[in-house]
Design a protein around this ligand. Sequence first.
Ligand SMILES: *Cc1c(COP(=O)(O)O)cnc(C)c1O
Length: 724
Amino acid sequence: MTTASPSTTAPLQLTFGEKLWALARNYWWSWHPEVQVIFYELNPQRWRELDQNPVLLLSEYSPEQLEQRGREAVLYSRVNYAYRRWQEYMESARTDSWGAENVGVLGHRPVAYFSAEFGIHESLPNYSGGLGVLAGDHLKSASDLGIPLVAIGLFYHEGYFSQLIDETGWQQEVYSHVKNEQLPIRLVKNAEGETVFVRVDTRQGPMFAQAWQVDVGRVKLYLLDVNIEQNSPEDRKLTARLYGGDQRTRIRQEIVLGLGGARLLTALGYDPHVLHMNEGHSAFAPLEFIRMRMHDDHLSFDEALKDVARMCCFTTHTPVAAGHDRFDYGLIDEHLGPIADDLGIGSGGIMGMGRLDPNNQHEAFCMTVLAFKCSRTANGVSNLHGVVSRRMWAGLWPWRSEEEVPIGHVTNGVHVGSWLAWPMQQLYNRVLPTAWATNQADPKTWEPLNELSPGELWETHEALKTNLIAFARYRLIRRAKRLKLPEAEIQALANILNPEALTIGFARRFAPYKRADLVLRDLDFFRKIIADSKRPVQFLFAGKSHPADNGGKTILRNIYNLTQEPDFKGKVVLLEDYDINLAKYLVSGVDVWLNNPRRPLEASGTSGQKVVLNGGLNCSILDGWWAEAYDGTNGFAIGSGRAHANQEIQDERDAKAVMKTLLEEVIPLYYERDNDDLPQAWIARMMRSIITLSPKFNSDRMVMDYVTSGYVPAAGGVICQMKR
Ligand SMILES: *Cc1c(COP(=O)(O)O)cnc(C)c1O
């Protein structure tokens, strides 16, 4: 970390404006609040209106205006300082990082990380939920740790949808065309300045893709784009939307991601040492590496498969059988036929690689099965999910007992720089050692937080809560104006929600298994909690439902309808368009984060980990990460972690358990105040939560685990067993 003073002048070659543009073009700024503040101060109102997109903001200024504004707002020395820190960061990867000491075996050959979605910042709509945000956090931590890693994804022209809730509470999906020139991305060209294209063959003819480069700190992310004139009008729409379209769209997206991605790496001169498949969407990638190995080294298919599997790591995320992509023979032959012929195994051979039983003609092809068969190490994303995955996929290793199935786990974590709110970060900076951000995975790093004064921690938390409430009002008013609601109603929205009340947040995708409406099952009970004026409680809900999921949309509408009833109005609110931006306000402002999935369907969950960093408390079913996090003192557990074969019984039991935990534990503890009106026992629990959970559930620790248990062995280094 640099100690240079902000007043010294930076290299003179670049002007103030050029430095700002350079900073804007690398998403490094998105996890450095001191840089965000510069963009903010350039024009606070436009910054918010443009959804914190610095490229858009800077585009509104001519170079002269930018220099002028820099002088007015006295930003010159701060920009110089930020620019130099960024330069130092970019250059120190090989000398001054965890990676420099621990990934020597990778040499100059990087890890290639494949994912169908990446959630880096709200300005780049390349994610639908947790999987994407996790991939984004993975890249940021790999960058911070100095891991040589290059990432491959797809460029979606319309991204995932923006959600509007109409007057009746029904979800409307709005797709807007992503404007490339408004993003910090650039078209990938070769040394001669020509656009690089990759080709993927199908039985019906070839498809082509170009690629966009996104800089995420030191990590380069390449997004493949098929919307180019070489392709048929139909194919040009193939990557318009994330998870849109039918099975045929899906497999075509996946050959572009896997086969096209592998070819792009080769075209750009990368010779990866390790392939990491984040979920099964990219499972075709190893096939292209096998093809290359057979061609270059004159190996047989079996020899090449063995060679390539040695370098592959696979992370599965889905404990629901229906959540895994499956294709029939027709689709496989059409799309994998050409490469199957090259590999000498034919489409029948490819089908076999995607089946539990290769010879079972009735079994569909499954991407997850292919990924397992091509990988040296495989993992679930929490301890419990590891157990569930071993049970789920035991059929792949029929000669092994369940606990011998070679699927381990690496529990998910979140990127601290991205998810720890700036005011809380400044508070931590006062008591933590200066280099704390580079030692997050060490429990000792966080221990000095014990010295924080409870009053200060509480005040900072309360300030963040006020921030959340102000943002919620702003969003609700924006919606009300759009719907042209009566002026009186808009006025009322300016005062809803009480900054003193116990504030409970629930926000995530509205997949039915997440049971957003569990607290509404016993409505009389819920009404009683909300009606208590001595111990006020309020709820904020948010989340998108998949466009095809009417069950999820109905849950959303039920919650919306409730927010309109007199008993709940102003105390239970539903915020539209849950994205990374709204998530940042929610996870840093709530007192309690509620999570009540149907166990064991939440593979990990990560939003609660973001809450931990900011001092909020988790109140959750013992599922996913919480099953290994909760120790009786660092949050609240709902129920005892039992599941029931009968879903209705399980839901009924869990609904009772949520109410019991809220009524008997959460609410009384929150309202137990000392003479200064401080909830001392509550604050002690906040402290326990931050100190015991932050070192474990951050993405630096996660990436370090992947390095030691996955990447290093895959690159031929010392083999450590994947944790069980
Ligand atoms: C963190 C995050 C998620 C994932 O949350 P879960 O707890 O895994 O449901 C989803 N969406 C957004 C916008 C997020 O920031």
